[in-house]
Design a protein around this ligand. Structure first.
Ligand SMILES: *Cc1c(COP(=O)(O)O)cnc(C)c1O
Length: 371
């Protein structure tokens, strides 16, 4: 086993090499076109992404957090209403709710998939529940049929947070196409990443589409006519042109992610003391993050780092224990599944361009640690 390796947790070197020529010509086109905001490159990308995502409409916005916020605003969420969010998520899902003044109702995940548990959603519903925001965490689709059924029965909205799961399916249907309005992010490290910030909202509802397009642009459809108090959150022409290039490669890059995940799954699933990702029936995992779970997380992390392997923790502290949410009065122990995950999960390198040989080396190192 070679030990002089240096495997970063994440790298865009390979992806960027694949797309370099097309990105440069896209840049040259936009530069020559000399129109940078709300133009043809954005509408082209919105059309392509809507088709890719199996939704009627897509609206490009500034980032994933704004996408979530705008979805909530479009549904008129506000004070006195409750929004169900995962206890185990990136904090953006919670922040979007905070902006509206609605009440955050955290719900624990399934201990096996780490995704929000439909049974716990049902138990958390009250007459004030306005919407549920399932997050397809790490790239695995939530149980959308169950969640949609719970919501429909009670007239509750669903907003999918699809920032980590571009192209994943539940029961054959794309994530980001179930909810009333769905948010995604094109942050550079996401499975579909821009070369800067970006995000989008997908929906089948023409009225929601009309409103989110108003909100992202100062509440205005016609220049100098403002119908509502909107934001300024637009996906710019340059990023839209880059995303159109990268969208063509997404399926191939997802296959590469799955191939690397396979190497990890085969090499690690029998290792005692370690849990590999569990994919639920009907769910698809597009491996934005490959998170293993182990009681010896910190020791394993140190050991692997000493072997030249980059790692991350998603996420080291759940939102309810963050200083930003101290005012909500949550305490340690309130969401014990999310807390246990924060203490035991470890994300391995996984990205297009990671060599099979490097993935095999990582497997060997982990096996050696437990031997
Ligand atoms: C990345 C991410 C976001 C936020 O996206 P930005 O574009 O960084 O604002 C929201 N939710 C989840 C689950 C994410 O992973």
């Amino acid at each position: 086993m070679r030990t002089d390796r240096n495997i970063p947790y994440f790298s865009l070197n390979y992806v960027n090499a694949v797309i370099e020529a097309e990105i440069k010509s896209a840049f040259a086109e936009v530069f020559k076109n000399n129109w940078y905001i709300l133009g043809n490159y954005l509408s082209e990308f919105e059309k392509s992404y809507a088709i890719y995502n199996d939704t009627r409409f897509c609206t490009g916005v500034g980032n994933g957090l704004d996408a979530l916020h705008i979805c909530l605003r479009a549904l008129n969420a506000g004070p006195g209403e409750e929004i169900i969010v995962p206890s185990n998520t990136y904090i953006a899902t919670w922040l979007a709710v905070s902006y509206t003044g609605a009440t955050i109702v955290p719900v624990e995940p399934r201990p096996d998939t780490y995704n929000i548990d439909p049974q716990n959603i049902e138990a958390a519903i009250t007459p004030r529940t306005k919407a549920i925001i399932p997050v397809h965490l790490y790239g695995q689709s939530c149980q959308m049929d169950e969640i949609m059924a719970i919501a429909k029965d009670r007239g509750i909205y669903v907003i999918e947070d699809n920032a980590q799961a571009h192209g994943a399916r539940y029961n054959g249907k794309k994530t980001g196409s179930f909810g009333n309005a769905n948010a995604t992010s094109f942050y550079p490290t996401k499975n579909l990443g821009a070369l800067g910030d970006g995000g989008a909202i997908t929906t089948d509802d023409p009225e929601i589409d009309r409103i989110v397009k108003l909100i992202r642009n100062y509440g205005s459809a016609v220049k100098y006519q403002n119908d509502m108090i909107g934001l300024n959150s637009r996906l710019d022409e340059i990023q839209a042109s880059f995303l159109s290039v990268k969208l063509n490669y997404l399926e191939g890059f997802t296959r590469e992610r799955k191939k690397i995940a396979d190497i990890y799954n085969r090499g690690l699933s029998g290792v005692p003391g370690l849990t590999t990702p569990h994919v639920a029936p009907l769910s698809e995992h597009v491996y934005h993050v490959y998170a293993i779970k182990t009681k010896q997380r910190d020791e394993l992390q140190q050991y692997l780092e000493s072997k030249g392997i980059g790692l991350m923790i998603h996420y080291p502290k759940p939102p309810h224990l963050q200083a930003a949410y101290r005012h909500l009065g949550f305490e340690k122990g309130d969401f014990s599944i999310a807390e246990a995950l924060a203490d035991s999960c470890l994300s391995l390198p996984l990205y297009p361009g990671l060599k099979d040989d490097d993935a095999a080396y990582i497997v060997e190192c982990i096996q050696a640690f437990y031997a």
